[in-house]
Design a protein around this ligand. Sequence first.
Ligand code: FAD
Length: 373
Amino acid sequence: MTRTIDSASAIVIGGGMIGCSIALDLLRAGVQTTLFDKGKLLQEASTAAAGMLGAQVEIHHPGAFYELCRFSQSIYKGWTEELEQCSGLSAQYIERGILRIAYNEEDEAELRSRLSWMQDAEWIDSGTIRSLEPGVAYGERGGLHFAKDHQIHPVHTARALEAALRREGCTIHEESPVFGLIEKNGRICGIRTAGEEHYADHIVLASGAWASALTEPFGLSLPIFPVKGQCISVRLPSPIIEHTVFTKGCYVVPKMDGSLLIGATQEEAGYDKKAHVSVIAALYRRAVELLPELAEAELVSTWAGLRPGTRDELPFIGTSSRLPGLIIAAGHYRNGILLAPATGKLIKQIVLGEAPSVDLSAFNPDRVLNLTP
Ligand code: FAD
Protein backbone atom coordinates (compact mmCIF):
# COMPACT_ATOMS: atom_id res chain seq x y z
CA MET A 1 0.00 0.00 0.00
CA THR A 2 1.36 3.41 -0.90
CA ARG A 3 1.08 6.11 1.75
CA THR A 4 2.50 9.55 2.20
CA ILE A 5 4.40 9.65 5.46
CA ASP A 6 6.20 12.94 5.65
CA SER A 7 7.21 16.14 3.96
CA ALA A 8 10.68 17.59 4.29
CA SER A 9 12.36 20.58 2.79
CA ALA A 10 15.08 18.49 1.19
CA ILE A 11 15.54 14.83 0.41
CA VAL A 12 19.04 13.58 -0.37
CA ILE A 13 19.29 10.25 -2.22
CA GLY A 14 22.57 8.50 -1.38
CA GLY A 15 24.55 8.59 1.86
CA GLY A 16 28.13 8.55 0.58
CA MET A 17 30.58 11.33 1.33
CA ILE A 18 28.85 13.55 -1.25
CA GLY A 19 25.28 13.02 -0.01
CA CYS A 20 26.29 13.30 3.66
CA SER A 21 28.27 16.48 3.08
CA ILE A 22 25.30 18.01 1.25
CA ALA A 23 22.88 16.94 4.00
CA LEU A 24 25.09 18.47 6.69
CA ASP A 25 25.35 21.81 4.89
CA LEU A 26 21.60 21.88 4.29
CA LEU A 27 20.83 21.12 7.94
CA ARG A 28 23.21 23.83 9.09
CA ALA A 29 21.44 26.26 6.78
CA GLY A 30 18.15 25.42 8.49
CA VAL A 31 16.79 23.13 5.76
CA GLN A 32 14.97 20.12 7.18
CA THR A 33 16.78 17.25 5.51
CA THR A 34 16.03 13.56 5.05
CA LEU A 35 18.69 11.19 3.76
CA PHE A 36 18.00 7.83 2.09
CA ASP A 37 20.51 5.08 1.43
CA LYS A 38 19.98 1.65 -0.09
CA GLY A 39 22.38 0.23 2.50
CA LYS A 40 24.20 1.71 5.48
CA LEU A 41 25.65 5.23 5.20
CA LEU A 42 29.19 5.60 3.88
CA GLN A 43 29.78 1.97 2.95
CA GLU A 44 30.48 2.32 -0.78
CA ALA A 45 33.16 4.26 -2.71
CA SER A 46 33.60 6.83 0.03
CA THR A 47 35.17 4.42 2.51
CA ALA A 48 37.04 2.42 -0.16
CA ALA A 49 39.06 5.50 -1.11
CA ALA A 50 42.67 6.38 -0.40
CA GLY A 51 41.80 9.80 1.01
CA MET A 52 44.25 11.91 -1.00
CA LEU A 53 43.16 15.53 -1.38
CA GLY A 54 44.88 15.62 -4.74
CA ALA A 55 43.89 18.91 -6.35
CA GLN A 56 47.33 18.98 -7.99
CA VAL A 57 48.32 15.34 -8.43
CA GLU A 58 45.06 14.35 -10.11
CA ILE A 59 44.67 17.22 -12.56
CA HIS A 60 46.32 17.30 -15.99
CA HIS A 61 44.87 20.51 -17.49
CA PRO A 62 44.03 23.99 -16.27
CA GLY A 63 40.34 24.88 -16.23
CA ALA A 64 37.08 24.69 -14.31
CA PHE A 65 37.73 21.28 -12.76
CA TYR A 66 41.12 22.35 -11.43
CA GLU A 67 39.51 25.46 -9.94
CA LEU A 68 36.76 23.36 -8.32
CA CYS A 69 39.34 20.97 -6.83
CA ARG A 70 41.46 23.86 -5.53
CA PHE A 71 38.40 25.46 -3.97
CA SER A 72 37.52 22.28 -2.11
CA GLN A 73 41.13 21.78 -1.06
CA SER A 74 41.20 25.32 0.34
CA ILE A 75 38.19 24.71 2.63
CA TYR A 76 39.03 21.09 3.55
CA LYS A 77 40.93 21.58 6.78
CA GLY A 78 38.25 23.88 8.21
CA TRP A 79 35.59 21.38 7.15
CA THR A 80 37.28 18.50 8.98
CA GLU A 81 37.86 20.70 12.05
CA GLU A 82 34.13 21.45 12.20
CA LEU A 83 33.33 17.74 11.85
CA GLU A 84 35.77 16.95 14.64
CA GLN A 85 34.31 19.61 16.93
CA CYS A 86 30.76 18.46 16.30
CA SER A 87 31.44 14.71 16.52
CA GLY A 88 34.35 14.48 18.94
CA LEU A 89 36.00 12.12 16.41
CA SER A 90 39.23 12.64 14.46
CA ALA A 91 39.13 12.81 10.64
CA GLN A 92 42.86 11.90 10.67
CA TYR A 93 43.83 14.84 8.47
CA ILE A 94 47.55 14.71 7.64
CA GLU A 95 49.26 17.89 6.43
CA ARG A 96 51.94 16.21 4.36
CA GLY A 97 52.08 16.49 0.57
CA ILE A 98 52.52 14.08 -2.32
CA LEU A 99 55.70 13.21 -4.25
CA ARG A 100 54.69 12.41 -7.83
CA ILE A 101 57.62 10.42 -9.23
CA ALA A 102 58.15 10.55 -13.04
CA TYR A 103 57.83 7.00 -14.38
CA ASN A 104 59.19 7.30 -17.94
CA GLU A 105 60.04 9.94 -20.53
CA GLU A 106 56.44 10.57 -21.52
CA ASP A 107 55.30 10.81 -17.90
CA GLU A 108 58.16 13.22 -17.12
CA ALA A 109 57.13 15.46 -20.04
CA GLU A 110 53.51 15.52 -18.84
CA LEU A 111 54.57 16.41 -15.30
CA ARG A 112 56.95 19.15 -16.47
CA SER A 113 54.20 20.66 -18.63
CA ARG A 114 52.08 21.23 -15.51
CA LEU A 115 54.64 23.71 -14.17
CA SER A 116 53.51 26.31 -16.73
CA TRP A 117 50.01 26.65 -15.17
CA MET A 118 49.82 24.76 -11.88
CA GLN A 119 50.16 26.49 -8.52
CA ASP A 120 51.86 24.80 -5.58
CA ALA A 121 53.87 22.34 -7.68
CA GLU A 122 57.64 22.22 -7.37
CA TRP A 123 60.02 20.21 -9.57
CA ILE A 124 62.32 17.97 -7.53
CA ASP A 125 65.39 16.15 -8.85
CA SER A 126 66.48 12.63 -7.92
CA GLY A 127 68.70 13.89 -5.07
CA THR A 128 65.78 15.75 -3.48
CA ILE A 129 63.52 12.72 -3.87
CA ARG A 130 66.17 10.58 -2.10
CA SER A 131 66.58 13.10 0.70
CA LEU A 132 62.81 13.44 1.22
CA GLU A 133 62.05 9.73 0.89
CA PRO A 134 65.19 7.53 0.98
CA GLY A 135 63.09 4.36 0.52
CA VAL A 136 61.99 5.26 -3.03
CA ALA A 137 63.80 2.97 -5.50
CA TYR A 138 63.47 5.02 -8.66
CA GLY A 139 63.32 8.71 -9.21
CA GLU A 140 66.18 9.38 -11.65
CA ARG A 141 63.84 11.42 -13.81
CA GLY A 142 62.76 13.57 -10.88
CA GLY A 143 59.18 14.48 -10.20
CA LEU A 144 56.79 16.99 -8.69
CA HIS A 145 56.26 17.83 -5.03
CA PHE A 146 52.66 18.84 -4.33
CA ALA A 147 53.01 20.26 -0.82
CA LYS A 148 49.29 21.11 -0.50
CA ASP A 149 47.92 17.72 -1.53
CA HIS A 150 47.22 16.60 2.03
CA GLN A 151 45.16 13.55 3.01
CA ILE A 152 42.47 12.28 5.37
CA HIS A 153 41.52 8.76 6.42
CA PRO A 154 38.20 8.12 4.62
CA VAL A 155 36.88 5.68 7.24
CA HIS A 156 37.62 8.04 10.14
CA THR A 157 36.32 11.10 8.30
CA ALA A 158 33.18 9.14 7.41
CA ARG A 159 32.61 8.27 11.08
CA ALA A 160 32.99 11.91 12.07
CA LEU A 161 30.67 13.03 9.25
CA GLU A 162 27.97 10.51 10.16
CA ALA A 163 28.15 11.43 13.85
CA ALA A 164 27.90 15.14 12.97
CA LEU A 165 24.87 14.48 10.75
CA ARG A 166 23.07 12.57 13.49
CA ARG A 167 23.92 15.28 15.99
CA GLU A 168 22.52 17.98 13.68
CA GLY A 169 19.23 16.06 13.59
CA CYS A 170 19.27 14.59 10.11
CA THR A 171 16.44 12.13 9.45
CA ILE A 172 18.23 9.07 8.14
CA HIS A 173 16.64 6.09 6.37
CA GLU A 174 19.16 3.28 5.91
CA GLU A 175 18.40 0.05 4.01
CA SER A 176 15.86 2.18 2.08
CA PRO A 177 16.57 2.07 -1.64
CA VAL A 178 14.93 4.80 -3.66
CA PHE A 179 13.19 3.09 -6.56
CA GLY A 180 11.89 6.13 -8.44
CA LEU A 181 11.44 9.88 -8.63
CA ILE A 182 7.96 11.43 -8.49
CA GLU A 183 7.07 14.16 -10.97
CA LYS A 184 4.06 16.45 -10.55
CA ASN A 185 3.19 19.44 -12.74
CA GLY A 186 6.46 19.06 -14.63
CA ARG A 187 8.67 19.08 -11.53
CA ILE A 188 10.43 16.37 -9.55
CA CYS A 189 8.95 16.72 -6.08
CA GLY A 190 9.35 13.36 -4.37
CA ILE A 191 10.72 9.85 -4.28
CA ARG A 192 9.39 6.29 -4.03
CA THR A 193 10.81 3.73 -1.66
CA ALA A 194 9.32 0.29 -0.91
CA GLY A 195 5.61 1.04 -0.50
CA GLU A 196 6.13 4.68 0.48
CA GLU A 197 6.24 8.11 -1.09
CA HIS A 198 8.19 11.02 0.39
CA TYR A 199 7.92 14.62 -0.76
CA ALA A 200 10.16 17.65 -0.26
CA ASP A 201 10.80 21.08 -1.70
CA HIS A 202 14.18 19.96 -3.09
CA ILE A 203 15.27 16.51 -4.23
CA VAL A 204 19.03 15.95 -4.43
CA LEU A 205 20.45 12.98 -6.34
CA ALA A 206 23.79 11.92 -4.83
CA SER A 207 23.79 8.18 -5.39
CA GLY A 208 27.29 7.85 -6.82
CA ALA A 209 27.85 5.12 -9.41
CA TRP A 210 24.11 4.25 -9.31
CA ALA A 211 22.79 7.75 -10.07
CA SER A 212 21.75 7.29 -13.70
CA ALA A 213 19.18 4.56 -12.88
CA LEU A 214 16.82 7.16 -11.40
CA THR A 215 17.07 9.74 -14.21
CA GLU A 216 16.84 7.32 -17.15
CA PRO A 217 13.04 6.76 -16.90
CA PHE A 218 12.69 10.54 -17.50
CA GLY A 219 14.87 10.49 -20.63
CA LEU A 220 18.00 11.88 -18.96
CA SER A 221 20.73 9.34 -19.53
CA LEU A 222 23.59 10.48 -17.32
CA PRO A 223 26.78 8.72 -18.44
CA ILE A 224 27.77 7.66 -14.93
CA PHE A 225 29.21 4.16 -14.50
CA PRO A 226 31.23 2.19 -11.91
CA VAL A 227 35.03 2.20 -12.17
CA LYS A 228 36.38 -0.44 -9.84
CA GLY A 229 39.45 0.27 -7.73
CA GLN A 230 41.21 -2.49 -5.78
CA CYS A 231 43.45 -1.58 -2.84
CA ILE A 232 45.77 -3.15 -0.28
CA SER A 233 46.58 -2.14 3.29
CA VAL A 234 49.90 -3.34 4.75
CA ARG A 235 51.99 -2.71 7.83
CA LEU A 236 55.72 -2.65 8.64
CA PRO A 237 57.38 -2.50 12.06
CA SER A 238 58.50 1.12 11.47
CA PRO A 239 57.52 3.90 9.03
CA ILE A 240 59.19 3.79 5.59
CA ILE A 241 57.72 7.01 4.10
CA GLU A 242 56.34 10.30 5.37
CA HIS A 243 54.84 11.64 2.13
CA THR A 244 52.37 9.93 -0.13
CA VAL A 245 54.46 8.52 -2.97
CA PHE A 246 52.63 8.40 -6.29
CA THR A 247 53.72 7.22 -9.70
CA LYS A 248 51.98 5.99 -12.83
CA GLY A 249 49.64 3.13 -11.93
CA CYS A 250 50.42 2.99 -8.20
CA TYR A 251 50.48 5.10 -5.05
CA VAL A 252 51.38 4.43 -1.42
CA VAL A 253 49.69 6.51 1.27
CA PRO A 254 51.07 6.42 4.85
CA LYS A 255 48.24 6.53 7.40
CA MET A 256 48.24 7.85 10.97
CA ASP A 257 47.94 4.36 12.48
CA GLY A 258 51.20 3.32 10.77
CA SER A 259 49.54 1.31 7.99
CA LEU A 260 50.29 1.96 4.31
CA LEU A 261 47.50 2.07 1.75
CA ILE A 262 48.50 0.84 -1.71
CA GLY A 263 46.19 1.75 -4.56
CA ALA A 264 44.55 1.43 -6.90
CA THR A 265 43.41 -0.34 -10.04
CA GLN A 266 41.01 1.19 -12.57
CA GLU A 267 38.66 -1.36 -14.08
CA GLU A 268 35.33 -1.11 -15.86
CA ALA A 269 33.85 -4.32 -14.48
CA GLY A 270 30.24 -3.45 -13.77
CA TYR A 271 29.13 -3.49 -10.13
CA ASP A 272 31.48 -6.33 -9.08
CA LYS A 273 33.29 -5.37 -5.84
CA LYS A 274 35.38 -8.50 -5.30
CA ALA A 275 39.13 -8.13 -4.84
CA HIS A 276 41.02 -10.58 -7.09
CA VAL A 277 44.28 -12.24 -6.05
CA SER A 278 46.04 -11.83 -9.42
CA VAL A 279 45.14 -8.14 -9.64
CA ILE A 280 46.11 -7.45 -6.03
CA ALA A 281 49.41 -9.33 -6.57
CA ALA A 282 50.25 -7.23 -9.65
CA LEU A 283 49.48 -4.00 -7.77
CA TYR A 284 51.63 -5.15 -4.85
CA ARG A 285 54.58 -5.99 -7.19
CA ARG A 286 54.35 -2.50 -8.62
CA ALA A 287 54.41 -0.99 -5.14
CA VAL A 288 57.46 -3.09 -4.18
CA GLU A 289 59.30 -1.83 -7.30
CA LEU A 290 58.65 1.70 -6.05
CA LEU A 291 59.38 1.01 -2.35
CA PRO A 292 61.40 -2.23 -2.02
CA GLU A 293 60.97 -2.36 1.77
CA LEU A 294 57.31 -3.19 1.16
CA ALA A 295 58.45 -6.72 0.28
CA GLU A 296 58.64 -7.41 4.04
CA ALA A 297 55.21 -5.97 4.86
CA GLU A 298 52.46 -7.74 6.77
CA LEU A 299 49.14 -7.84 4.91
CA VAL A 300 46.33 -6.02 6.74
CA SER A 301 43.48 -6.19 4.21
CA THR A 302 42.39 -5.90 0.59
CA TRP A 303 39.17 -4.44 -0.82
CA ALA A 304 37.55 -2.87 -3.86
CA GLY A 305 35.22 0.08 -4.36
CA LEU A 306 33.25 1.61 -7.23
CA ARG A 307 34.16 5.12 -8.30
CA PRO A 308 31.30 6.99 -9.99
CA GLY A 309 33.01 7.50 -13.37
CA THR A 310 31.85 9.82 -16.15
CA ARG A 311 32.91 9.82 -19.81
CA ASP A 312 34.40 13.32 -19.67
CA GLU A 313 35.75 12.71 -16.13
CA LEU A 314 33.80 15.70 -14.78
CA PRO A 315 31.11 15.50 -12.10
CA PHE A 316 27.49 16.56 -12.57
CA ILE A 317 26.66 19.39 -10.17
CA GLY A 318 23.46 21.34 -10.75
CA THR A 319 20.04 21.05 -12.33
CA SER A 320 18.90 19.74 -15.70
CA SER A 321 16.28 21.37 -17.91
CA ARG A 322 15.06 17.79 -18.62
CA LEU A 323 14.18 17.24 -14.93
CA PRO A 324 13.18 20.49 -13.21
CA GLY A 325 13.16 20.17 -9.44
CA LEU A 326 15.97 17.63 -9.30
CA ILE A 327 19.43 18.75 -8.15
CA ILE A 328 22.20 16.41 -9.28
CA ALA A 329 25.50 15.88 -7.44
CA ALA A 330 27.09 12.73 -8.80
CA GLY A 331 29.93 11.42 -10.95
CA HIS A 332 32.84 12.63 -8.82
CA TYR A 333 34.96 9.76 -10.16
CA ARG A 334 38.50 9.82 -8.66
CA ASN A 335 38.03 12.94 -6.53
CA GLY A 336 34.83 12.64 -4.53
CA ILE A 337 36.61 12.66 -1.18
CA LEU A 338 38.42 15.86 -2.11
CA LEU A 339 35.25 17.40 -3.56
CA ALA A 340 32.85 16.58 -0.71
CA PRO A 341 33.12 19.94 1.14
CA ALA A 342 32.81 22.01 -2.05
CA THR A 343 29.88 19.95 -3.31
CA GLY A 344 28.04 20.30 0.00
CA LYS A 345 28.50 24.05 -0.05
CA LEU A 346 27.56 24.44 -3.73
CA ILE A 347 24.37 22.36 -3.47
CA LYS A 348 23.37 24.32 -0.38
CA GLN A 349 23.87 27.54 -2.40
CA ILE A 350 21.67 26.16 -5.21
CA VAL A 351 18.94 25.19 -2.71
CA LEU A 352 19.04 28.62 -1.06
CA GLY A 353 19.12 30.40 -4.42
CA GLU A 354 22.52 31.95 -3.72
CA ALA A 355 25.27 32.57 -6.28
CA PRO A 356 27.63 29.56 -6.31
CA SER A 357 31.17 30.06 -4.98
CA VAL A 358 32.62 28.65 -8.23
CA ASP A 359 31.41 28.71 -11.83
CA LEU A 360 29.40 25.52 -12.30
CA SER A 361 28.75 25.72 -16.05
CA ALA A 362 31.31 22.98 -16.87
CA PHE A 363 29.47 20.60 -14.53
CA ASN A 364 25.94 21.29 -15.80
CA PRO A 365 24.04 18.00 -16.25
CA ASP A 366 22.54 19.38 -19.49
CA ARG A 367 25.89 18.90 -21.20
CA VAL A 368 24.79 15.30 -21.86
CA LEU A 369 21.68 16.35 -23.81
CA ASN A 370 23.84 16.84 -26.91
CA LEU A 371 24.71 13.15 -26.67
CA THR A 372 21.21 11.77 -26.04
CA PRO A 373 18.72 11.46 -28.90
P1 FAD B 1 29.38 6.63 -2.80
O1 FAD B 1 30.32 6.75 -1.68
O2 FAD B 1 29.47 5.39 -3.64
O3 FAD B 1 27.94 6.78 -2.20
C1 FAD B 1 26.77 6.62 -3.00
C2 FAD B 1 25.68 6.15 -2.04
O4 FAD B 1 24.43 6.11 -2.73
C3 FAD B 1 25.94 4.74 -1.52
O5 FAD B 1 25.94 4.75 -0.10
C4 FAD B 1 24.80 3.91 -2.09
O6 FAD B 1 24.38 2.88 -1.23
C5 FAD B 1 23.72 4.98 -2.27
N1 FAD B 1 22.72 4.64 -3.26
C6 FAD B 1 22.91 4.22 -4.54
N2 FAD B 1 21.73 4.04 -5.16
C7 FAD B 1 20.77 4.34 -4.25
C8 FAD B 1 19.35 4.33 -4.30
N3 FAD B 1 18.66 4.01 -5.40
N4 FAD B 1 18.68 4.67 -3.18
C9 FAD B 1 19.33 5.03 -2.04
N5 FAD B 1 20.68 5.04 -1.96
C10 FAD B 1 21.39 4.73 -3.05
N6 FAD B 1 38.62 10.31 -4.11
C11 FAD B 1 39.45 11.25 -3.62
O7 FAD B 1 39.09 12.43 -3.57
N7 FAD B 1 40.70 10.92 -3.18
C12 FAD B 1 41.18 9.65 -3.24
O8 FAD B 1 42.31 9.38 -2.82
C13 FAD B 1 40.34 8.65 -3.77
N8 FAD B 1 40.78 7.36 -3.84
C14 FAD B 1 39.92 6.40 -4.29
C15 FAD B 1 40.38 5.07 -4.32
C16 FAD B 1 39.50 4.06 -4.67
C17 FAD B 1 39.98 2.63 -4.66
C18 FAD B 1 38.15 4.37 -4.99
C19 FAD B 1 37.17 3.27 -5.31
C20 FAD B 1 37.72 5.68 -5.01
C21 FAD B 1 38.60 6.71 -4.69
N9 FAD B 1 38.21 8.05 -4.70
C22 FAD B 1 39.03 9.02 -4.20
C23 FAD B 1 36.92 8.45 -5.29
C24 FAD B 1 35.86 8.66 -4.23
O9 FAD B 1 35.85 7.55 -3.36
C25 FAD B 1 34.50 8.84 -4.88
O10 FAD B 1 34.54 9.83 -5.88
C26 FAD B 1 33.47 9.27 -3.82
O11 FAD B 1 33.48 8.39 -2.74
C27 FAD B 1 32.08 9.35 -4.41
O12 FAD B 1 31.20 9.63 -3.35
P2 FAD B 1 29.64 9.44 -3.54
O13 FAD B 1 29.00 9.84 -2.27
O14 FAD B 1 29.21 10.09 -4.81
O15 FAD B 1 29.49 7.86 -3.82
